[in-house]
Design a protein around this ligand. Structure first.
Ligand code: MG
Length: 204
């Protein structure tokens, strides 16, 4: 499986990192080694002094597809969850300044934990109006709503599948709203979709 992440998909987040809003979706990959085994904590890697959390709605692909038209995109997933796109912000910044790819800052082991529970699309009233939030140590840090996405889930699927075949089990991280920031040892992250707790993660 592969993990495809969308960058700069919420206007206020693009702004907080001084990035321009993209005219078409920006995507990058994380390998399967970026997933965390269930119930395992996230260990802060020693190569960065500035690991940021980015809470994101995650879509799980359930059919193989290539060149998927937007109007059929909804047939290619049936669950959403919440994930953290951990980012070594210091390394990313230096890659950006040099015009280099971001992989070192984004694709490291354990950098893409996903929540314990996924929600069937059949239980979601309106996919383009889903509230989600991230608490750290009980304090609200990020609040998002999918209506604020620059590119909707179906637009993202149409766009990516022009270039890359989507396969069963692939995960798409759909971008983070504003409020990103660093994690530190012993932080406790809790993610919610609407009022349902879907992610619980300790930082070590
Ligand atoms: Mg992200």
């Amino acid at each position: 499986m592969k993990i495809i992440c969308i960058g700069r998909n919420y206007a206020k987040h693009a702004k907080e990192l001084n990035n321009p809003l993209p005219k078409e979706p920006v995507f990058f990959f994380k390998p399967d080694t970026a997933l965390l085994p269930k119930k395992q904590p996230f260990f802060i890697p020693n190569f960065s002094d500035d690991i940021h959390y980015e809470a994101e709605i995650v879509v799980r692909i359930n059919r193989v597809g290539k060149n998927i038209q937007k109007k059929f995109a909804h047939k290619y997933y049936d669950e959403i969850g919440l994930g953290i796109d951990f980012t070594a912000r210091d390394i990313q910044q230096s890659c950006k300044e040099k015009g280099l790819p971001w992989e070192k800052a984004k694709a490291f082991d354990g950098s893409a934990p996903v929540g314990q529970s996924f929600i069937p699309i059949s239980e979601v009233k309106d996919l383009n109006n889903v509230n989600f939030k991230l608490l750290i140590n009980g304090e609200q840090r990020q609040v998002g709503n999918t209506s604020d996405m620059v590119f909707s889930i179906d637009t993202i699927i149409e766009y990516i599948s022009q270039f890359v075949t989507l396969k069963i089990g692939d995960l798409i991280f759909t971008g983070t709203p504003e409020g990103v920031g660093p994690v530190k040892i012993n932080d406790h992250l809790e993610g919610f979709i609407e009022n349902k707790k879907v992610l619980d993660l300790k930082i070590k």
